[in-house]
Design a protein around this ligand. Structure first.
Ligand code: AMP
Ligand code: GLY
Length: 432
């Protein structure tokens, strides 16, 4: 098979890496890819949201399966366009990708299907939103309705800060039309976890749980980022919690949509807050998580091509999705300045040494191969990933590899997975 993977981050490198292990795969292309993906796939110079460009490429190059990493093309309807042309593509249709494309749509679906989530109100007018903020006080969560490159959620510390955020989104339109409407949502307390499923719209196969680390600095300090590391499984997702989420989140959504004649195909990601009253959904994403995928896919034993084709053809019930029991942990190495303006074009050394290390995989994100030299071009540069018999040894393996890698201004968190080491099960002993 000839496969096209769309995207250029660590998530896409992990997807390409896993697909490349399938005996069914003859050749992989990746648009636009990165310096690490280049070792496994032919890089194609087409942007990840250039649907027409991707379609032309897929047709001209006899692509048998297209896999889309980031959300933008999915929300724009790439799956419908490819499917109409008779091309196989993994992911949900446009009318369901809106579960990520509109937080208001997602919250309404959660309400309709009785999925546990925070209380909320929708506003299309900044004055009413500010009035509500003043009535409710802080903490309150402000969310732009549409896509905002992961920056559309603000948790203000003061009313004044909240009013500024409402104005920025609705009046100054910092996220464009994505901020036409906003949600004001109750602030939940607890521990976050990510749970994903593969589905063909009928059968649901859960992926192993994981946990992201969103803040830039150790101990969850500093501004939010795209994610500074992840590990899988997340001990906070006990067997009980997994069962609860399958029963109260994924099954009602997938079955409820099916009853409306809407067949969700692909991966569905639920961002969860595990509160003392049980798990609540913070958001849905219609794609794999980044950096969660870098810690999840190394644990997948089954053939990813088989799973993806089964999701497309509606035969997921025929597939036994198997997982390696060993935990996996991935540390993001980022450029100086990230998540604000960051440095670029720094040469990365030490990668060759890490290739010889056992149970270590390096996924590239913001890198490019410049005549054999690997240089930084993005904020998040590498996902240094370790497997181990337990989370402690996965962590040791990942950090041993991190120590080999050098580039000017490298920054990374030293505490990825630390919480998992000391996890107290008492946090999760809710009864439902
Ligand atoms: P979202 O894109 O909706 O997942 O929000 C991004 C991040 O904002 C989440 O990962 C949480 O850290 C935080 N967040 C979102 N909604 C809430 C909420 N209702 N209560 C507390 N934190 C939240
Ligand atoms: N790790 C968060 C996300 O992929 O949206």
């Amino acid at each position: 098979m000839r496969i096209l993977v769309v995207g250029s981050g660590g998530r896409e490198h992990a997807i390409v890496w896993k697909l490349s292990q399938s005996k069914r795969v003859e050749k992989i292309f990746c648009a636009p890819g990165n310096g690490g993906i280049k070792e496994l796939a032919e890089i194609v110079d087409i942007k990840a949201d250039d649907i027409q460009g991707l379609l032309d490429f897929a047709k001209n190059n006899k692509i048998d399966l297209t896999v889309v990493g980031p959300e933008t093309a999915l929300v724009k309807g790439i799956v419908d366009i490819f499917t109409k042309e008779g091309l196989k593509i993994f992911g949900p249709s446009k009318e369901l990708a809106i579960l990520e494309g509109s937080k208001i749509f997602a919250k309404s679906a959660m309400q309709k299907f009785k999925v546990p989530t925070a209380g909320f109100k929708i506003f299309d007018n900044p004055l009413n939103a500010k009035k509500y903020l003043n009535e409710k006080g802080v903490p309150l969560v402000i969310k732009a309705d549409g896509l905002a490159a992961g920056k559309g959620v603000i948790i203000p510390k003061t009313i004044e800060e909240g009013e500024k955020a409402i104005d920025a989104i609705m009046v100054e339109k910092v996220f464009g039309d994505s901020g036409k409407r906003i949600i004001l949502e109750d602030c939940l307390e607890g521990e976050e976890a990510s749970m994903l499923i593969f589905t063909d719209g009928k059968t649901i196969a859960p992926l192993e749980s994981s946990q992201d680390h969103k803040r830039i600095f150790d101990n969850d300090k500093g501004p939010n980022t795209g994610g500074m590391g992840a590990y899988s499984p997340a001990p906070v997702v006990t067997k009980d919690i997994l069962g609860y989420v399958m029963k109260n989140v994924f099954t009602p959504v997938i079955d409820g949509l099916k009853k409306e004649g809407k067949i969700y195909k692909g991966v569905l990601y639920a961002g969860l807050m595990i509160t003392k009253n049980g798990p609540m959904v913070l958001e849905f994403n219609v794609r794999f998580g980044d950096p969660e995928t870098q810690a999840i896919l190394p644990r997948l034993e089954s053939d990813l091509v088989d799973i993806m084709l089964a999701c497309i053809s509606g035969t997921l019930d025929k597939i036994d999705v198997k997982w390696d029991k060993r935990p996996c942990l991935s540390v993001v190495c980022a450029s100086k300045g990230y998540p604000d303006k960051y440095e670029k074009n720094k040469e990365i050394t030490g990668l060759e040494q890490t290739k010889k290390m056992k149970d270590v995989i390096i996924f590239h994100a913001g890198t490019k191969n410049e005549n054999g030299r690997i240089v930084t071009i993005g904020g998040r540069v590498l996902d240094v990933t370790g497997l181990g018999k337990d989370i402690k040894s996965a962590r040791v393996n990942a950090y041993k590899a991190v120590e080999k890698i050098r580039f000017d201004g490298i920054q990374y968190r030293k505490d990825i997975g630390a919480r998992a080491l000391f996890h107290k099960t008492s946090m999760t002993c809710f009864v439902k």
